[in-house]
Design a protein around this ligand. Sequence first.
Ligand code: ATP
Length: 235
Amino acid sequence: MLEIKNITCYYGVICALKDVTITIPDDGIYAIIGANGAGKSTLINSIAGLVTPVSGSIVFDGKEITSIPTKDVIRTGIALCPEGRRIFKNISVYENLVGGAYIMKDKKRIEENVNYVYELFPRLKERHRQLAGTLSGGEQQMLAMGRALMTDPKLLLLDEPSMGLAPNLIDFTFETMVRIHRERHIPSLVVEQNSEMALSVANYAYVLEVGRLTLEGTGEELLASDEVKNKYLGA
Ligand code: ATP
């Protein structure tokens, strides 16, 4: 379970998150929606150790992880699929996947995970020897999601996985998120500007507005909320 308690983050004088408290239990898909600049990436990055909160605490599976380096966060079982993919462009698809499992020692399990990623994304299997930098944007997104699964994570963090994708790939991305949850029972926290898709798959969701949480509820409740409809669903 991930417990974020009263975290506040600044960039210089800009307050990006103010007193944010969220609990992510061991099961389910959780979403954070909000407009540009609402603080969604800051929230994900503070969990991943890429941004240091000025106050508050983040506890994962009973271990305090506030402000610890990203490499140590990953060892606790949290995997990050970052905004903008950040795959290694000069090595192959296969090498990206195996490289993503660098904290794992069990070679057999690494190969099982590669095969699972290829099952989820047959296009990656077809292109396993291709340099990752030559993949299309959608394929790079598949690789970033696949790579995040390579460590057998206990929590998956996804930062704007649908950004820049064509409509059919956006659907596929969210369907895959649901499939991973169903087949591997990995809880996930997804931050998204595509509020409608995120809320349609989320068991529970939060709305961030200029650094503060303003609404929360099940995906269904938020999809039905007039405030969400007016502000985020283009009603
Ligand atoms: P988007 O959907 O556009 O990615 P977001 O909800 O993820 O937005 P953040 O990227 O977390 O929002 O940004 C929150 C606020 O913090 C914004 O006002 C942004 O300009 C500011 N900010 C983010 N990163 C930095 C930085 N490295 N230096 C200064 N200000 C930053």
